[in-house]
Design a binder for this molecule. Structure first.
Ligand SMILES: O=C(NC/C=C/[C@H]1O[C@@H](Sc2ccncc2)[C@H](O)[C@@H]1O)c1cc([N+](=O)[O-])cc(O)c1O
Ligand SMILES: [Mg+2]
Length: 214
């Protein structure tokens, strides 16, 4: 049977990237998506903004919602200090299987814990399951209609602390209007929009960075 796009993306990584070299994994995926098949990775342009925010926050604990093939997981984990921990949640087992191999190819398994399941089920269990009290940085890139309910859930579960940074992909395209309205109008967040483009296209999109004020 015909392979899937994530399988072909993994093949491009294994063919063109060097084991243990996260930058070559990132380059191989971007080249594949720009020249062969588009895929919904955050991409190189928004990826540079992601890199800048990760470097500024210098997080000890990161939560990623929506792993897909692990592109942003690799982008974030490559910048983390030795003892830092990135937990990434993925609902689709086929995507999770591909992402594990991409993360392994980059040599970043030690920094990443990929959890299969839905954010709504796992967010309430973060403390007991993984011993993480609060997250310094959360990257939202999963189902767009889950950004707002999951943000409210993270607040309720107390996994955000004063100064925790939420960074949300696709706030323009495909768009997350209810989330954007919430973080931009709530007194409990200080929000900032980073204008960019939808990965590998000229369509406008951007990242919204929201600091939780506690
Ligand atoms: O739809 C998009 N992203 C949804 C991503 C969803 C990812 O997260 C889980 S769902 C989940 C994971 C964890 N917990 C609950 C659910 C899916 O299995 C997928 O791996 C998207 C679409 C476009 N686009 O141009 O159409 C561009 C983008 O950058 C996008 O991110
Ligand atoms: Mg996205």
């Amino acid at each position: 049977t015909r392979s899937t796009r994530p399988q072909r993306l993994l093949g491009a990584v294994q063919k063109n990237a060097t084991r243990g070299d996260p930058c070559s994994v990132i380059q191989a995926i971007d080249h594949f998506c720009r020249n062969k098949e588009w895929a919904m990775n955050v991409g190189d342009e928004k990826g540079c903004i992601l890199d800048a925010v990760v470097s500024e926050v210098n997080p000890a604990t990161v939560l990623e919602l929506g792993t897909y093939c692990g592109y942003s997981t690799v982008r974030i984990a490559r910048l983390l200090p030795p003892d830092a921990k990135l937990i990434t949640l993925e609902f689709n087992p086929d995507f999770a299987a591909i992402a594990r191999q991409v993360i392994a190819w980059a040599g970043l398994e030690e920094k990443v814990q990929l959890v299969e399941g839905a954010s709504g089920d796992w967010i309430p269990r973060m403390k007991e399951q993984f011993g993480v009290k609060t997250f310094d940085l959360v990257f939202l890139d999963h189902w767009k209609d889950r950004y707002l309910p999951d943000t409210k859930l993270m607040e309720e579960c107390g996994i955000l602390r004063k100064g925790s940074v939420l960074l949300a992909d696709n706030v323009i395209c495909p768009g997350t209007p209810d989330y954007l309205e919430f973080v931009r109008n709530s007194p409990r967040y200080e929000s900032q929009y980073f204008k960019s483009h939808l990965e590998y296209t000229k369509v406008e999109d951007g990242l919204e960075k929201s600091v939780f004020l506690g």
